[in-house]
Design a protein around this ligand. Structure first.
Ligand code: GDP
Ligand code: IMO
Ligand code: MG
Length: 436
């Protein structure tokens, strides 16, 4: 039985949550593999709006199992708040939501450490979500992290936490960190309480997923963040601390690459970015403001206004190369509905010469000159259109242009936030995947 991944291709917030929710009905298990509560996935379904962060968007589909994999970093309090919020909205979470015992835990010293690096005068401010995600992954890589299984070992956890917290306090003092830090005794008590609330969800999810594969179950992998925020392939250092590209799905779940059969890339019909870092096609001033207003581009997690710009085809070609997509889902096409002309970046020039690959160095990427072609706008509303053939001709031309330049099928188009404001092209790879 074939498995599927849904990944963001730009700087996040492409609408991955909506697409996961849309296709989840065809799968048995939805798995998150990386990131933490820096992710914010908004899904509109059944007249309700759900803002998911750590919990996979598959949770909204009855009868599906949602798994938070080993590659995710978990703030137990944020997780339980999300679970309680879902329960309040009548979404079942008991028995159908599992958390990996190998996932690393975010502790109160992580956001404190992050505040210090973000404020450091000599350092480079990333504009993070301030959830302690980067410092938690740092501890994981440094082999001093505390995992969910360690938190649940309540006889040994307090000593372990106290000893690491003491080291962190020394680092914080040496760095002259200002503002509130953490209370170690209160943290121990709070985390012991959280451990008991978390315990019913915890499993060896790697074993669970591999058993499920043997039983012929279909898996849907839910990406968080996106290619240009990937720790290896994004605009380093202005990115997140995990692998948000295809490879991260395997290391973050314990499922072999041979079990990843299809990959759907999700891209907005334009581009956005939250936080610092280069953004070649960024549009500031009134055009950027009107894109932001039309697309309601404010962060789900932090509420920050998202930087907006035009569609960047070299970037999407790069993302396609890294992820080797089966098909592409273009979201938020409706946001362009009222434009007469739509600029699309078709190439980059660097120091006067054309380049055909993403520079590895952020400072170089910041100097890249985008080359634009202007396409005809369609100037008519698309949100009620459910059939690809009924899209305005100029919208179809826009899609065809993008498809030709990226050399990957555009199998789906989204024209509004609702589950049903989605068009899957008949005969496309996406139609085959969704219908199989
Ligand atoms: P994610 O992080 O990739 O899941 O994306 P977010 O949920 O952070 O951001 C996408 C936002 O766009 C959400 O508020 C969605 O409800 C909304 N959205 C998704 N698809 C569409 C679309 O086709 N049109 C419009 N107007 N909004 C959309
Ligand atoms: P979803 O899954 C958009 C950005 C932050 C910051 C950088 C590092 O909703 O697409 P971090 O807190 O991860 O250390 O911040 O990455 N960022 C996101 N931007 N969508 C996200 O997730 C993001 N997760 C992190 O704004 O620039
Ligand atoms: Mg988001």
């Amino acid at each position: 039985m074939s498995n599927l991944a849904v990944l963001g291709l730009q700087w996040g917030d492409e609408g991955k949550g909506k697409i996961i929710d849309l296709v989840a009905e065809h799968f048995d298990i939805v798995v998150r593999c990386q990131g933490g509560n820096n992710a914010g996935h908004t899904v509109k379904a059944g007249g309700q709006v759900f803002k998911l962060s750590l919990v996979p968007s598959g949770i909204l589909r009855p009868g599906k199992i949602s798994v938070v994999g080993n590659g995710v970093v978990i703030d137990p309090r944020a997780f339980m708040e999300e679970v309680d919020g879902l329960r309040d909205k009548g979404v079942p979470v008991d028995g159908n939501l599992l958390v990996s015992n190998r996932a690393h835990v975010v502790f109160p010293y992580h956001p404190v450490m992050e505040r210090s690096t973000e404020a450091s005068p000599g350092g480079r401010r990333i504009g993070t979500t301030a959830r302690g995600i980067g410092p938690c992954y740092e501890d994981k890589a440094a082999r001093r992290g505390i995992r969910v299984a360690d938190l649940l070992s309540t006889d040994t956890f307090p000593d372990r936490f106290r000893s690491i917290a003491k080291e962190k306090a020394a680092v914080a003092a040496a760095a002259g960190i200002e503002g509130p830090t953490w209370d170690t005794d209160a943290s121990v008590a709070g985390y012991l309480e959280m451990a008991e609330r978390l315990r019913p969800f915890v499993r060896d999810t790697t074993r669970y997923l591999n058993d499920a594969i043997r039983q012929g179950k279909r898996l849907l992998f839910e990406g968080a963040q996106a290619t240009m925020l990937d720790i290896d392939f994004g605009t380093y250092p202005f990115l997140t601390s995990s692998n948000a590209t295809a490879g991260g799905l395997c290391t973050g779940s314990g499922v072999s690459p041979r079990m990843l059969h299809d990959i759907v890339g999700v891209a907005k019909a334009y581009a956005t970015r939250v936080g610092e870092g280069p953004f070649a096609t960024e549009v500031t001033g009134p055009s950027g403001d009107s894109l932001r207003a039309a697309g309601a581009e404010f962060g789900t997690v932090t509420g920050r206004p998202r930087r907006c710009g035009w569609l960047d085809l070299p970037l999407l070609r790069y993302a396609h190369a890294i992820n080797h997509l089966s098909t592409l889902f273009v979201t938020k096409l409706d946001v362009l509905d009222s434009l007469d002309r739509i600029p699309v970046c078709t190439g980059y020039r660097y120091k006067g010469s054309p380049i055909d690959w993403m520079p590895a160095v952020a400072e170089e990427y910041a100097e890249v000159q985008p080359v634009y072609e202007e396409l005809r706008g369609w100037n008519s509303p698309t949100p009620t259109i459910r059939d690809f053939g009924r899209l305005p001709q100029a919208a179809k031309d826009y899609i065809a242009f993008v498809q030709d330049r990226i050399e990957v099928e555009i199998g789906g188009v989204s024209t509004g936030p609702d589950r049903d404001q989605s068009i899957i092209r008949p005969g496309s790879v996406l139609a085959r995947i969704a219908g199989a």
